[in-house]
Each structure stands twice: as C-alpha cells, then as structure tokens.
Design a protein around this ligand. Structure first.
Ligand code: PLP
Length: 436
C-alpha cells in the first residue's frame, strides 16, 4: 500500500494495539493496514516517524490555519508556559481573546470558553434549552457537530434508513437513549420548504435549530443563502434559537460564515483555529442568550466550569493565531483554495472521471460523482465512488500529499504557490490513475 518505508509506523501500531482499543485514540485518524505516525511538522509540511515528508492538507482536521510550529505561536505559548500553564483563577488572556472575538462577530456580545468543539456544541444546545425551557433541538441530516449524543443523531444514516423524502432521527452510536432520538428533529440541508415545515411542526417544543453553514460530512457544500435566511426567519417565528456551528467555518472569513452569509445567529459555536493549535472550544452569542451562564446573581441557569476551560496557554496561542488572520490572510487563503479547486476540477474534466471539488475559501472536498451535490443524500458515496475516493487519497499519500480519507482538504497560510502547484499536479496524476 505504501511505497515509502513505514516500518517505524508499523512497529508503533503493533505496540499501540496492546494499550489502545484497535491501537487507536481518534477514529478519524485510523487507517488500514496501520496509520502513519507523525514525528514533527513545520509550516505546511509534516514528517513521519520513518522520515517521510508530506504536504499537509489535513491540518489537524482544519484547526491549523498557520500550519505547524509557527514561530509567533511557539513564542506565545512558551511565554505563557514559563508563567504557569493553568490556574484556578481567571487570567487576562481569556478577556483578550473574548474581546477579539466579540469585535469580529457582530452577533456576539459574550463568549464562554471550553476545551473542544464537541463541548461547545453541547453547551450551546444546553444553553438553548435553558433559555427557552424547551426540550427539542433540530439539526441537519448528515451534519457532524462532535460527539454529544444529541448532536450525533442522524450523522450517517444509510439509504436503507432514509425512509422516503423526510429525514428521520437515527442513532449514530450504539447506546444512544431513545429519548435522545425523540428530542432531535432531523431536517434536510438546503431544502427550505421541508426544513421550514418540520421546524413549524415541532415549533412549540424546539429550543434551537443547529446548523453548520458548510457541513463537511454532509458534502462541504455551502448552504444556499435562501436556506439560512429561511432558518433565521422561521426560528424567530417559532421562538427557537438559531445556532451556527462555526467550529470549521470560522476559517472562511474575518467574520466567519455568518459574515459571508450576512446572518446573525443567536448563538455560535467555535473551536479549532481559535486555539492556535491547542485544544479549544467556545460558545458565543447575544448577551441575553449568554446570560444563562452568568453567575453574578446566584446560581446560573446553566452552571459550567471545566478544569482547563480558558486555559492560558491555549488563550495566548489562540490570540497570536487570530491576530495573524487579517483580511489579507483570508484573501490569500481564498486565492490558494480557488487555485486547488480549479486545478482539480480541470483534471476531472481532462481525465473524464466523474467528479468535482467543492467548498469555499481554504476548504475543499472531492466528490467522485456527477450528481449535483447539495446535501447529505446527494453526497452519499456509492460503493464505486467510495473505492475511487480510496484509490485517489492513497495515491495522493504516495505522492507525499496528506488528505483526509473522506476527501476533505484544508489548506494553510504557509503554503506557497509552488506548494499549490505540487498539490494540483499530484491530484491530477492521481486522478489519471483512478481513470486507468
Ligand atoms: N462541529 C463541527 C462542525 C466540527 O467539524 C467538529 C469537529 O470536526 C466539531 C463540532 C467537534 O469539534 P472537536 O473535534 O473539537 O470536538
């Protein structure tokens, strides 16, 4: 499978099998016959434990927008480490990062930090329930929001479970309680009429509608403006909160996807890039919604702590990372993203393989289909498409380009124009092998 030498990775995996289930800690990084173990990273490149080098288009699943080991982030984190890595007291760093985020996001007055996107989504859903006093949440079929039970519902229903046109709430993980399924309304992505009708139907019980404006697992297709506008309008109509999951899409622009779409959600979840490479999450939103966390008048409606929430090393690295992301940085990311998408789409046309590269800004995803991909169902891979994708990602890996197994690519600022050309050339060559 791997033409390069990977004996150290193979040995490490054998060791890992003895102390980790299936040798694994993150399902997302598992691959057969064994995963390739990272040793170090610098800029847009990663070196594995056998000394092989790759251009990294995974970037820790989009969290590394400045690539690896950026000097400004190292300086920020190590300065804080020397001052102490964690306190049972607040620090100025959390105030500064909250100030930066509230200045960038017009919909946000207040921010609350936590340790992951999963936790941010969980707390946002709990906040919506606490604020409205209602039990149910609505989410889009196929959209990934981390591993809170409610957010996982209908993450990967198979065609056998689709049950006609209307999405159904299907458990993702074994052990999901039935009452979780009963409290999640699954709506179709990018289908205004069906989504609005389901939200109206469950309206009086709905605490919130959770939406990722460009859901990675459901195809990485941007939401139609009309769709998010309809969600904004109908949530106001039924008295539910609109929650934007921007854990990934905050990467798309200075004001995130909400700035690009011109929508003010009630709550926003953040993560990934705002931690400068360290574990992070945040719930953000209008003051009245965020007041459920406020302890200043006694026990809050929604108490929330977390030993490592607002950790000062994360906050300092996050601040350094965010300060580097000015509008010029986003323009560059848009430019290189367009170049890679255009290059891969040209290669699809040239080879005659059915497929497309979709996405926005620095994010793209490869689909091996000539269907018009608009939502989870149209993005759903047939067996043949899944095989083609596996060949493509493996051939890219053999050419020294790391992409996620499900076809996601996240670019980073250290990538030069020459790196972009290398990625496009490797993708074109790999597509020719898929065609053969
Ligand atoms: N929400 C979205 C849109 C995500 O893509 C992810 C992770 O990829 C999460 C939430 C969960 O974030 P984390 O992996 O930090 O828990």
């Amino acid at each position: 499978m791997y033409p390069a030498n990977h004996s150290q990775s193979r040995d490490l995996y054998q060791r890992a099998l003895k102390s980790l289930p299936g040798g694994n800690t993150r399902t997302t990084v598992y691959m057969k016959p064994f995963p390739i173990y990272a040793a170090s990273g610098a800029g847009c490149r990663v070196r594995d434990v056998d000394g092989n080098e790759y251009i990294d288009c995974i970037n820790n699943f989009t969290s590394l927008i400045h690539g690896h080991a950026h000097p400004a982030l190292i300086e920020a984190a190590t300065k804080q480490l020397a001052l102490g890595s964690a306190f049972g007291m607040p620090t100025e760093s959390e105030v500064e990062l909250a100030e930066l985020l509230t200045a960038r996001l017009p919909s946000v007055d207040h921010v609350r930090f936590c340790n992951s996107g999963t936790e941010a989504v969980m707390m946002a859903l709990k906040a919506a329930r606490a604020y409205t006093g209602r039990p149910k949440i609505a989410k889009c079929e196929g959209a990934y929001h981390g591993s809170y039970d409610y957010a996982e519902v209908s993450l990967d229903p198979t065609p056998a479970a689709w049950g006609g046109n209307a999405p159904v709430s299907v458990a993702y993980a074994k052990g999901t309680p039935d009452n979780v399924l009963a409290d999640v309304v699954t709506i179709p992505f990018n289908d205004v009429e069906a989504a609005v009708s389901l939200i109206r139907e469950h309206g009086p019980e709905l605490a919130c509608v959770l939406v990722d404006p460009m859901p990675n697992r459901a195809g990485l297709v941007p939401a139609d403006r009309a769709y998010v506008e309809a969600l904004r309008q109908v949530t106001r109509e039924v008295g539910a909160l609109l929650v934007f999951d921007e854990v990934i899409t905050f990467r798309l622009g200075y004001e995130g996807a909400q700035g690009l779409w011109g929508i003010d959600p009630d709550l926003t979840t953040l993560g990934k890039i705002i931690g400068g490479g360290f574990p992070v999450g945040a719930i953000a939103g209008g003051k009245k919604f965020m007041s459920v966390f406020d302890p200043s008048s006694g026990k809050p409606a929604l108490p929330h702590g977390g030993t490592f929430s607002a950790n000062p090393v994360t906050m300092r690295a996050g601040l350094a990372a965010m300060k580097l992301l000015d509008t010029a940085a986003y323009s560059r990311l848009d430019r290189i993203g367009t170049a890679v998408r255009d290059g891969i789409n040209a290669a699809f046309r040239k080879t005659g393989v059915a497929g497309t590269a979709v996405g926005l800004g620095s994010l793209l995803k490869i689909h091996f289909t000539d269907r018009n991909v608009r939502d989870y169902r149209s993005a759903y891979l047939s067996e043949m498409e899944a095989k083609r994708l596996a060949v493509f990602t493996t051939r890219l890996l053999n050419r020294g380009i790391l992409v996620a197994s499900y076809g996601l690519m996240a670019l980073s600022l250290p990538m030069t124009d020459a790196d972009v050309d290398t990625i496009v050339k490797a993708a074109a060559e790999s597509l020719e092998e898929v065609a053969a």
